[in-house]
Design a protein around this ligand. Structure first.
Ligand code: ADP
Ligand code: 5GP
Length: 213
């Protein structure tokens, strides 16, 4: 068995594009992959569970964790809301050779790239059209009108930073988008830099040497 480091899949894109939906499908097909649970200062939406969707914490608690370097990355999104990725669970998963997915904004994606370099794989999920994005955001019925407007404003900033990313997946047909994200994950597992290729090479050369005798 070829030992490897875990893949850190960083998934970004405008609010309402379907990141959560595509990731849910990927996790259902790959139970060996985990998803990082972020901390946020925003209030839970109906149906969201603390510790499952997010760790819902106060601004004070967020500040304390930030000052203790508890976040791998953090950012202020949609104006004044704070979001951050707890550092330890991510580093622990990667060290064990397990894959982990972060669903974070473009500022967070940039910080993760700075902190972890090529270990992170940056994927942007794009809508097939602006109209589709708008109607998905409204159709989700989780935000008031003002919050929808705030999220559409943030969407403009997300789209303006598309060049930060290595892959783009257009979420038009859900199954197709999930298949593309899965293909990225599977391909990245085989990247030379993530594998103990020296062990593989040495083993094969040793066997070849023995075969010659
Ligand atoms: P995000 O996590 O990016 O904010 P969600 O996963 O909550 O977005 O999806 C927003 C809405 O769009 C949801 O109502 C979801 O069911 C819907 N949706 C997701 N993907 C598609 C798709 N490919 N086609 C149509 N609707 C979609
Ligand atoms: P929502 O409030 O709709 O759940 O998420 C709003 C935005 O915050 C999304 O674009 C999401 O990707 C981003 N986000 C969620 N968690 C994090 C995080 O831990 N760090 C950063 N930088 N962004 C996050």
């Amino acid at each position: 068995m070829l030992n490897r480091q875990g893949v850190l899949l960083v998934v970004s894109g405008p609010s309402g594009v379907g990141k959560g939906t595509v990731i849910r499908e990927l996790l259902a097909a790959h139970p060996e992959v985990s998803r990082s649970v972020s901390c946020t200062t925003r209030a839970p939406r109906p149906g969201e569970a603390d510790g499952d969707d997010y760790h819902f914490i106060s601004v004070e608690e967020f500040g304390r964790l930030r000052s203790e370097s508890g976040f791998l990355e953090w950012a202020s999104v949609h104006g004044d809301l704070l979001y951050g990725t707890p550092r330890e669970p991510v580093l622990r998963a990667l060290a064990r050779g397990e894959d982990i997915i972060l669903e974070i904004d473009y500022q967070g994606a940039r910080s993760v790239r700075t902190e972890l370099g090529g270990r992170a794989v940056l994927v942007f999920i794009a809508p097939p059209s602006w109209e589709a994005l708008h109607s998905r955001l409204v159709g989700r019925e989780t935000e008031a009108e003002a919050d929808v407007r705030r999220r559409l404003n943030t969407a403009l900033a997300e789209i303006a930073h598309l060049d930060l990313f290595e892959y783009v997946v257009v979420n038009d047909d859900l199954a197709c988008a999930m298949g593309q994200l899965e293909a990225i994950l599977l391909g990245e597992r085989n990247r030379l830099g993530r594998l103990d290729w020296r062990g593989l090479q040495a083993g094969l050369l040793q066997e070849a040497e023995a075969d010659r005798l």
